[in-house]
Design a protein around this ligand. Structure first.
Ligand SMILES: NC(=O)c1ccc[n+]([C@@H]2O[C@H](COP(=O)([O-])OP(=O)(O)OC[C@H]3O[C@@H](n4cnc5c(N)ncnc54)[C@H](O)[C@@H]3O)[C@@H](O)[C@H]2O)c1
Length: 380
């Protein structure tokens, strides 16, 4: 059967622009779907750079103004891969133009912006999704299946960390490509919105909603040169954040993130302890899921390391043969596949903008708690 084209307009050609383009190019070869992404146009402000990006990835055309891209009749879906401070404006305009929207995380700069974006896509009735891609690491999806099957029993504890070490040097500037993450005006927050948002999205997906939090944050380097202004300016982001949380299901959690954990590059880990069993996962070894089951026979009881590469494991029968692992980039391909499947069936893949708003609200509560030094309920 001929596939239906889904014409993509990509905004931003940085880290995520590349990761998503790779996913659009791969998905139709590995997943049998009704829709086929077509790389119709790439958009960014620098004409030469966006042309080079378009040539590398096979986009048919370029734009330097995202408003022009959104106005184009030959574009069905807008993919937002820009820094966080422009997500809202682009998404609201895209929704008003009736475009499908795939937006990078965090959804917005804060909950207030996020709520406006949810209202915009829901009023326009446009399909939408946010790129919390770690849900689609096969081992993480497998963890979700194990939890949903009830094998853990009552959950007592959730523990997550996301550790990096790339901003320790005080000479590192803030602002501009990649480094916009250190500029609160572009990022909204530091590790909370950038890294903990991933941990929170996974946690809510696996263990349900978070009720309240108690947080602390620190900015270790208080001022940095700004790439765009050339001046030394105060740093407004949180360099590190740790918080305690209570879930609706009664379980207790700890979350920690920093860019000052010397030796760690992208160490995202989580562990869940239930009445009967525990699960642990580590991004540096992403195809493995650690599993402990107290119901195993006494002397043989212990932690198993499951190589999540079997045809029965989530997504794996689409790739190679059992035992051969896949990697980081495939999580984006899985997200595109699920999104296209959702378009075809009318059962939307998550996280939608509305789902991602829950994470935004937890981030807001975390930052508010760090400021007030009080336990803080999460807005509903
Ligand atoms: N899902 C993930 O794991 C993940 C990983 C990294 C980044 N992200 C998110 O993706 C987004 C982009 O991050 P990145 O690492 O790709 O950043 P990046 O700095 O590598 O790229 C950003 C791109 O946006 C473009 N841009 C900025 N302002 C623009 C504007 N007004 N109009 C058009 N283009 C504009 C820049 O030219 C650049 O091409 C952020 O929201 C970030 O939080 C998500």
């Amino acid at each position: 059967m001929a596939k239906k084209p889904l014409n993509i307009g990509m905004i931003g050609y940085g880290f995520m622009g590349r990761a998503h383009s790779n996913a659009y190019r791969q998905v139709s070869q590995f997943f049998d779907l009704e829709y086929r992404p077509v790389l119709r146009a790439a958009c960014a402000r620098d004409a030469n750079k966006v042309k080079a990006f378009a040539d590398t990835w096979g986009y048919e055309s370029t734009e330097t103004d995202w408003r022009k891209l959104i106005a184009r009749k030959d574009i069905d879906a807008i993919d937002v891969c820009t820094p966080n401070n422009v997500h809202r404006e682009i998404c609201e305009a895209a929704a008003a133009a009736g475009k499908i929207i795939l937006c990078e995380k965090p959804l917005a700069m804060n909950g207030e912006e996020g709520r406006a974006m949810v209202a915009a896509v829901e009023a326009a009735k446009v399909p939408n999704i946010v790129w919390y891609n770690y849900r689609r690491v096969p081992a993480v999806t497998f963890a979700k299946q194990l939890i949903d099957s009830g094998k853990l029993g009552r959950v007592f504890h959730y523990r997550a960390k996301f550790l990096q070490d790339w901003t320790i040097s005080p000479d590192l500037p803030q602002g501009g490509a990649g480094l916009w993450r250190l500029d609160v005006g572009a990022a909204g927050s530091g590790v909370t919105g950038d890294l903990l948002a991933h941990c929170i999205d996974t946690a809510i997906w696996l263990n349900g909603r978070i009720d309240s939090v108690s947080a602390m944050t620190e900015t270790f380097v208080k001022q940095r040169p700004h790439t765009l202004t050339g001046k030394v300016e105060p740093v407004g982001i949180d360099d590190a954040c740790a918080f305690l949380a209570r879930f609706d299901n009664g379980s207790l959690a700890t979350f920690e993130s920093t860019r000052y954990a010397r030796g760690h590059k992208a160490l995202y880990t989580f562990e869940i302890n239930g009445e009967h069993a525990s699960i642990a996962w580590d991004l540096h070894d992403l195809h493995r899921l650690s599993w402990f089951d107290h119901r195993d026979e006494g002397p043989l009881r212990g932690w198993r390391s499951i190589h999540v590469t079997d045809g029965e494991h989530p997504y794996m029968n689409k790739w190679w043969v059992p035992g051969l692992q896949i990697g980081y980039e495939h999580t984006f391909t899985h997200q595109v596949a699920d999104f296209l499947e959702g378009l075809a069936t009318g059962k939307p893949a998550g996280p939608t903008f509305r789902d991602a708003l829950d994470t935004q609200d937890v981030c807001d509560a975390v930052l508010a708690s760090a400021k007030s030094q009080q336990w803080t309920p999460v807005a509903r």
